[in-house]
Design a protein. Sequence first.
Length: 316
Amino acid sequence: MLALRIRFFGVQTAASLFSSSSSSSSSLSLHRSTPYLFNLSYWKPFSCSSSSVEQNPSIHVVSGPKSTKAAVPETVKFVKRALFVPPGVQPEEVTEDMILPGSNIVLGPYAGHAQIKQVEFVKSSSKPKDCPKDDRPEFAIVGRSNVGKSSLINALVRKKEVALTSKKPGKTQLINHFLVNRSWYIVDLPGYGFANAPESARTDWSSFTKGYFLNRETLVAVLLLIDASIPAQKIDLDCANWLGRNNIPLTFVFTKCDKTKGGRGTRPDENIKDFQEVIVKNYPQPPPWIMTSSVTGLGRDDLLLHMSQLRNYWDN
Ligand code: GDP
């Protein structure tokens, strides 16, 4: 059986991302005209680890705190306009109850195995080539420093202080692998955009992490974390553009969505809407995105469902 893998090929006309001149505080306006092309290519079903594959896939709704539709009313219309329809679902078949709350993600028939029952730290690698070589699929989690990455990873695995990434610029940059349910990895990558980082640290991040993205065969998708409590940042879109241009699947994970008022007086839903408007202009097909809060648990179970359906379509 063939499955579809969403791939996107970008054509970037704006300045290259992660350049040493990137400023985390710049607005996004420079990138509003960046054109992107998406393409769908056929994918074999995921097959390298039978424990990761649902044998009889069905829509699987996990128990626990569920995000409420009341929490995200202003984004609902937008979600309807730009849905991420996963492999196995015909767009015309999509109904309201198939859309994960606070996201544009349609739940397909192959979602499953969303519960995290066990997690173990495997290793920290200082070079992409030192990462585990066992062919299990993995999700890389990346975002600007202070975006809430450690909090999200800890919330996902329901453990305190699992995430180990060094927060200080200039310190050794490490790729941390956590094995989930003995079948797939969460990968904690160093944060980018340290406000006071020396240029050398920013350049290190760039070459180090780019090397991982470009060479990691087992990467299913990047979860690109975006702080919803502050207005959209140029460096985040730079990162998204680079991933798109290099055909690396990504999901936007908006963090801190519990905050009622964010920086500069804007609310998370307003910031997300602004960010989406830029993304819509840059991407003919919308990448998946989801609202989360590590404080309230918003989006946690839904993000795991989304990851499960991506994982089940993954094929190395
Ligand atoms: P990291 O540098 O990306 O790993 O960010 P952290 O996880 O350390 O979080 C940075 C700051 O944001 C900390 O003060 C967290 O308590 C706070 N934070 C993280 N996630 C959330 C969230 O979902 N909601 C709120 N209100 N604060 C958060």
